[in-house]
Design a protein around this ligand. Structure first.
Ligand code: NIG
Ligand code: FE
Length: 414
């Protein structure tokens, strides 16, 4: 495989020693950088880096050399929460929202997740793959280099398996690490509205054995929320998933304070996600656990719901990740640059904290931080190259604009 040397980097940011796999809240402001730098990538991984006054003397023979032209180089965004496999967008709900209807009211009126599930039932697998692939190509252009994707618009055994097969094909097709989460417990399907027990049994007895047997999921997800899956439902589902070795990543405290955070922690969740309603009990439980809190500020932005209390979580030393939540209902965008801007502007996180939350801690929320998420020798050479900028803060500061000049995946310019 060819080698790539990038020179004239204004600032190489996001350096971490090997073995630093997650940053707890109080350490998140630490973002090591070197100025006037180069980075060498060989066989798809970062093999060395340093300052321009000390370029390596012996270089691989099949070397491609490129100048960063005074731009910054960062690790690619690690987006640990998305729902990019869906059959159709939901602009019709956009108008309802603008007219004042809440997310819950739209769902109760037949919109929401059930609307997406109805559309996905009959969508051919190939078309689902093509549309998700097109979304993913856009995300990669916007700097994403690792991604988690959920099922959850199937809500029947066949349709959930269809979604997970699409995710598996995305894993096989794209040059970035992808994790799959099984989210059949996203909403009760219409025919089980009055028979919750029937649907829970279907997930436990029919879906989970197939999903686990075919190795289609890395994690179990549940939308634990008033009007969706109760704490007790969640407990049973996570118990059952645990029997197959599937750890949780769950939707918690998005619309109400439910105890979902504590339930996730009880089941050793890799992350609990959303937390728009960040209560003190949840903060304390997280502080005493190794679970990551994943915040999704573009969901708050789009739905007009509260923003999570990032500062209280960081003060309690909880590691935070930021992710897109890209989905047709609550967050029709997968742009991590906008997530980074909202992290600063709305979550009041410092630019360095935001970069760590969107890279190393995002990778940790997918158990990928040994492989990606920082500038570390031996990690995948998945990089963002920016336009010339005067400081790192310019990236989140210039919201709604892209500072990305190029992306590198596995040591190759895309
Ligand atoms: O993370 N809250 C649950 N799931 C998604 C929204 C799904 C939808 O509305 O289609 C979320 O916001
Ligand atoms: Fe979500």
């Amino acid at each position: 495989m060819a080698a790539l040397l990038i020179t004239d980097i204004h600032t190489l940011a996001g350096l971490q020693p090997a073995g630093q796999t997650v940053l707890p809240g109080k350490d998140m402001a630490r973002l090591d950088q070197i100025h006037n730098a180069w980075i060498l990538c060989e066989d798809g991984v970062i093999s060395n880096f340093g300052t321009m006054d000390a370029l390596p003397t012996s270089l691989p023979s099949d070397l491609e050399t490129r100048s960063a032209g005074g731009g910054f180089v960062l690790p690619s965004w690690c987006d640990s929460h998305s729902h990019i496999v869906f059959a159709a967008p939901r602009e019709e709900e956009f108008a309802m929202k603008i007219a004042g209807k809440s997310y819950e009211e739209i769902a109760a009126a037949g919109g929401g997740i059930l609307n997406s599930a109805a559309k996905l039932q009959h969508a051919p697998e190939e078309l689902l793959f093509e549309s998700a692939a097109s979304r993913l190509r856009d995300m990669i252009t916007q700097g994403t280099g690792a991604l988690e994707i959920k099922s959850g618009y199937g809500l029947s055994t066949d349709a959930e398996i269809k979604m997970l097969r699409v995710i598996r094909k995305l894993k096989e097709t794209f040059p970035i690490p992808i994790r799959a989460s099984f989210l059949a417990a996203h909403a009760y399907p219409q025919q089980y509205k009055e028979d919750h027990e029937g649907y829970i049994r279907m997930i436990i007895d029919q879906m989970l054995p197939r999903v686990a047997g075919e190795g289609l999921a890395d994690y179990m997800d549940v939308f634990c929320e008033h009007g969706f899956f109760s704490l007790d439902d969640t407990n049973r589902l996570l118990d059952a998933a645990g029997n197959y070795g599937l750890l949780p990543k769950i939707h918690a405290n998005q619309l109400s304070i439910s105890g979902a955070v504590q339930m996730g922690i009880k089941h050793h969740a890799v992350s609990v996600d959303h937390l728009e309603l960040t209560d003190n009990d949840a903060i304390q439980a997280l502080a005493n656990s190794s679970t990551i809190a994943t915040l999704l500020p573009s969901c708050s932005f789009y739905l007009g719901i509260p923003y999570a209390n990032a500062r209280a979580l960081m003060n309690a030393d909880v590691p935070l990740a930021l992710a897109s939540d890209y989905n047709p209902g609550s967050t029709p965008s997968g742009n991590m640059n906008f997530v980074a801007s909202l992290g600063c502007i709305k979550l009041k996180m410092m630019p360095e904290e935001v970069i760590n939350a969107c890279t190393l801690n995002g990778a940790a929320a997918m158990e990928l931080s040994n492989e990606t998420g920082s500038i570390t020798v031996g990690k995948r050479a998945n990089l963002i190259l920016t336009r010339p900028m005067s400081s790192l803060a310019y990236l989140p500061y210039s919201f709604g604009q892209s500072q990305i000049a190029a992306t590198v995946l596995n040591g190759k310019y895309q």
